[in-house]
Design a binder for this molecule. Structure first.
Ligand SMILES: Nc1nc2c(c(=O)[nH]1)N[C@@H](CN(C=O)c1ccc(C(=O)N[C@@H](CCC(=O)O)C(=O)O)cc1)CN2
Length: 291
């Protein structure tokens, strides 16, 4: 039985946001440029509205400019594309983010492909995905970046460690596997259709749950002492009524087996917005250097 440490993503993200604010102030003093982040929200999804509000608030707290565009759910795709093109051409905007999911009538890939890759602070554009895959400088997706920052803080060097990523989304699973490869991990991408998933997970020194299924990864699937990162944010019914958030990992079962684990909430989630701010500053620096 090992003692399982809790990885406090909320505290880590707070510290990171403080360091970013210091860097933003120094950058603005040196260049006269205030980094600007434009966020586009289409529709009234309540969770997305909360995330966008938090992004705006934390952007301002970091000393950057926040530009919000809220469009009704029935906005035509061409209108969204035209807005993105306007933001691409706006020199006061250094980062552009279109909140996902988009309403069903809008082709998300078409919208993401319209964002200038130099301002693509979500790192979802195929140019940034490709640059990450071939080892070139890229803007990288925020949630995977947050996972790697937490892992390096816990473990130092990740070189040679066996990492299993359960989940193959373009937003988390695939870019996270690329980032872990860049850290010299031995990486397996598994998913809900992987044969003998429990055995595959048991190989992992680093186990990542990013499959979007509540508590699918059981405690007995975890190698004793492994570092476990839970990317899942699933809202489930409570027995007595109401709802609560759970991750993709059965958190209670992991106690006494995992060496360390992120909680949900308060683990990976807060790192997503902190890394978005980091990417916005990086994009602003590169755009100013390139001008
Ligand atoms: N364009 C994007 N869309 C979406 C992204 C993204 O990175 N870019 N990720 C998610 C939503 N998201 C940010 O946009 C996000 C999700 C969760 C959190 C977070 O801090 N979660 C808290 C719990 C919050 C709650 O109580 O519901 C936590 O885990 O502690 C931040 C950002 C999908 N869309």
């Amino acid at each position: 039985m090992v003692e399982t440490r809790l990885i406090d993503g909320k505290a880590f993200a707070e510290g990171l946001r403080g360091r970013i604010a210091t860097e933003v102030a120094a950058f603005e003093a040196a260049t006269g440029v205030k980094p600007g982040l434009a966020v586009v929200l289409v529709g009234e999804d309540p969770a997305s509205a909360v995330y966008v509000r938090n992004k705006g608030k934390q952007t301002l707290e970091a000393g950057m400019a926040s530009i919000e565009h809220k469009l009704p759910a029935d906005t035509a795709q061409d209108v969204v594309l035209a807005l993105v093109r306007t933001l691409n051409a706006d020199p006061t905007v250094h980062g552009i983010l279109v909140q996902l999911p988009l309403p069903a009538h809008i082709d998300a890939q078409a919208v993401l492909a319209t964002i200038d890759p130099a301002k693509d602070v979500d790192g979802f554009h195929v140019v940034n995905a490709g640059r990450l895959a071939v080892g070139l400088e890229a803007l990288v997706p925020c949630t995977p970046l947050g996972c790697v920052l937490l892992l390096k803080d816990q473990l130092g060097s990740l070189a040679g460690l066996e990492a299993v990523v359960v989940g193959r989304s373009n937003i988390v699973g695939k870019p996270l596997a690329q980032l872990l490869l860049r850290e010299d991990c031995t990486v397996t991408i598994a998913h809900s259709r992987t044969r003998d998933l429990a055995d595959v997970c048991r190989r992992a020194d680093i186990l990542i749950g990013a499959v979007g299924r509540p508590e699918m990864i059981r405690g007995v699937w975890i190698k004793p002492g492994a570092t476990v990162i839970d990317v899942g944010i699933n809202r489930v019914e409570k027995p007595g009524g109401g709802t609560r958030l759970v991750g993709d990992i059965a958190f209670d079962e992991a106690q006494g087996i995992a060496g360390a684990i992120t909680p949900v909430p308060g683990g990976v989630g807060p790192m997503t917005i902190a890394c978005l701010l980091q990417n916005t500053l990086t994009a602003a620096k590169r755009l100013v250097d390139a001008a």
